[in-house]
Design a binder for this molecule. Structure first.
Ligand SMILES: Cc1cc2nc3c(=O)[nH]c(=O)nc-3n(C[C@H](O)[C@H](O)[C@H](O)COP(=O)(O)OP(=O)(O)OC[C@H]3O[C@@H](n4cnc5c(N)ncnc54)[C@H](O)[C@@H]3O)c2cc1C
Length: 612
């Protein structure tokens, strides 16, 4: 049934149906209120990409609402430490947007979408300057210009920063700006589904994590900015209840294409214990400042993997070395390797690595000036994600845009440090602008009562008694991904991993979900799990298909780059619920830019360049 705006009251009156249902199921469904919220633009995600999109849409003159499952001040973006890239050339004046383009393409092992990289490299200076003008308070040089420092694999110093809390300072600035513009931001809203009729998106279904109240968010345009999927690995630099692959799931179900899901950056050093925060980053600066990597047998091993650069080798190589030392039986007692900086003085460590000194003291009562840290690789960044048009960030589903870590294209097979903060500002802005433009251009909007009814029914179906609880299954999935689709992959392991994921899907059918006085966390975890399973399957399918080693994707059965694998792997969800994979050729770009890439020299010395 298709409704136009005038008959929308009919849909709202459907509340009665749910009230009736509530009475029937009173024992299991405690509260079931329903609201409808209407805005021109709906933004899902209150991280950097979502907020920048919302601000742009509002500045274009339309009404905007932002919703997020976490508290706005605590979106994943706050974790970003090292900085944000823009080729100002304030410190190294030979820098240019073309060199930034070339460095990004090289680090992405040719798989990036060139137009997206070009836009990012060209627009970064304006957007970085703008966020500083809005109050981000980046470090300055004596002449008042923004300071710039090295970040691994950049030809020049082009990373702007606020101490080691750049992400927090950007997020706080965006929140402040959104407040000035009176943009409402609703926390604790969990989106279960995008509302799509006839390939047109008209909003999203959401429930409040605290009281279960459902809201049908109706909008002319929706921007999805719900982050990545790195929390589906046992060791992850993401925290609980974030980056569980929600955007992949929501996007696939809405008809979007996911590209390069297998391309996930593993950071070489995450904490191993305590278990609750395993995977939390140990900054690369520890190696940059002279830290040694030592295995459980007491051997300093990096010479085996990179004779020249040792611990200063590139992020993907060190991650692989650490992984192999652990998986080949030379691990420490807690299943990691040692990262030791205790040969440096306490004053030096407190001066250069204050956050790390504090982190280990606070969480483990370990003084890193006296004892080594235990570390292991940790899933850190999703290069793959929803396919978007580089200029508009439209997803191919009318009215649906996406921005930030949940999209694909910019980073290829490996992300250049500092580019994702640039990405969230530049493409958040672009997505917000085009979302607003679409809204302004519409005379009326089609909405489907049936789609909303199905979205309600989908949530209802989860609330029931069952044999399984979501969290242990989530843990099982994370173990499967770590063991069978981790830093180093093989055909046999991937096949076994896929089989195990299939088995998990069976258990999910029998989940126990009972909202209680503590809130609707069970329901959130059930959806998180569903999203993680779909993201995991997409990742393994991509990893099976990519029969080579490229950037972050390492296969011991195909240890080198393969020319015939210079493609992007795309995943779609079929009507029967299965995922289909296909390949897409790479896009072309100008000879002029190719020449800059050819002329870019290899970086030999990474000292002073390792940040995050
Ligand atoms: C430790 C660490 C350090 C980093 N350092 C840097 C750095 O120095 N430089 C750099 O460029 N990058 C860095 N990054 C990467 C960078 O922080 C992220 O890529 C970026 O912040 C992602 O922003 P985002 O807006 O796309 O998504 P996020 O900040 O992840 O926001 C996602 C939003 O979506 C919401 N959401 C998710 N699912 C749902 C749902 N189902 N319903 C409703 N809402 C939902 C969340 O609540 C959140 O508001 C770092 C990452 C980590 C982990």
């Amino acid at each position: 049934m298709v409704l136009c705006a005038e008959s929308w009251d009919q849909l709202i009156s459907e509340k009665k149906y749910y009230k009736r249902k509530f009475h029937l199921n009173k024992k299991t469904m405690q509260v079931l209120k329903q609201k409808t919220h209407i805005s021109n633009v709906l933004v899902i995600g209150s991280g950097g990409a979502g907020l920048r999109a919302a601000i742009e849409a509002k500045l274009a003159g339309v009404e905007v609402a932002v919703i997020g499952k976490r508290k706005k001040e605590d979106a994943h973006t706050v974790l970003a430490a090292g900085g944000i890239n823009a080729s100002f050339g304030n410190v190294d004046n030979a820098d240019s947007w073309k060199q930034h383009f070339a460095d990004t393409m090289i680090e992405g092992y040719n798989l990036s979408e060139p137009r997206m990289v070009e836009l990012m490299a060209k627009e970064a200076p304006d957007l970085v300057q703008e966020i500083d003008d809005w109050g981000a308070d980046f470090a300055k040089l004596e002449n008042g210009k923004l300071d710039q420092r090295y970040f691994g694999a950049h030809t020049y110093r082009r990373t702007c920063y606020s101490g080691d809390y750049t992400g927090r300072s950007i997020l706080n600035t965006l929140i402040k700006k959104a407040k000035e513009l009176e943009i409402p931001i609703y926390d604790s809203q969990y989106v279960t589904e995008l509302l799509v009729h006839d390939k047109v998106c008209f909003g999203a279904m959401s429930f409040n994590i605290n009281n279960g109240e459902r809201t049908v968010f109706i909008a002319d345009s929706t921007v999805l900015a719900a982050g990545g999927h790195t929390r589906i690995w046992r060791k992850s630099s993401s925290r609980r209840n974030e980056n569980s692959g929600d955007a992949f799931y929501l996007g696939l179900k809405a008809g979007c294409t996911i590209k390069d899901a297998e391309l996930v950056q593993f950071h070489p050093t995450g904490m191993v214990v305590p278990e609750e925060i395993a995977g939390t980053l140990v900054t690369e600066a520890v190696r940059g400042e002279g830290g040694h990597l030592i295995n459980g047998k007491g051997e300093r091993y990096m010479g085996k993997y990179d004779k020249e650069r040792l611990e200063l080798s590139s992020r993907d190589r060190v991650a692989m070395a650490n992984y192999l030392e652990i998986s080949e039986g030379r691990a420490t007692k807690n299943g990691g390797v040692y990262l030791d900086i205790s040969h440096k003085s306490k004053d030096f460590i407190i001066d250069k690595l204050p956050r790390m000194y504090r982190q280990f003291l606070d969480t483990l009562m370990l003084d890193i000036s006296k004892e080594p840290m235990e570390v292991s690789p940790t899933a850190h960044y999703s290069m793959g994600g929803i396919v978007v048009d580089p200029d508009t960030h439209n997803t191919g589903i009318e009215g649906l845009y996406a921005a930030g870590e949940c999209t694909s294209g910019l980073h290829g097979a490996n992300r250049l440090g500092g580019n994702s903060l640039a990405e969230i500002l530049i493409f958040g802005k672009r997505a917000g602008h085009h979302a607003a433009e679409r809204s302004i251009s519409l005379d009326y909007q089609i909405r489907s009562r049936d789609v909303v009814r199905k979205a309600h029914a989908n949530i209802d179906a989860y609330i029931k008694h069952g044999d399984h609880v979501a969290r242990p299954l989530q843990r099982e999935l994370r173990n499967i991904m770590w063991e069978y689709c981790g830093v180093v992959r093989t055909a046999d392991k991937l096949e076994e991993g896929l089989r195990k994921i299939e088995n998990l899907k069976e258990s999910v059918k029998h989940l126990d979900v009972r909202p209680d006085s503590e809130g609707y966390e069970d329901l959130m975890l059930a959806f998180d799990l569903e999203a993680s399973i779909m993201s995991a399957e997409a990742t393994v399918l991509g990893a099976q298909e990519r029969k080579e080693s490229r950037g972050s994707h390492q296969r011991s059965d195909y240890p080198s780059l393969q020319k015939n694998q210079e493609v992007n792997y795309c995943i779609n969800l079929l009507e029967n619920g299965s995922l289909k994979i296909s390949s897409q050729p790479l896009k072309n770009f100008s000879e002029d830019l190719r020449t800059v890439i050819t002329n870019t020299k290899d970086i030999q010395d990474f000292s002073g360049m390792l940040l995050e």
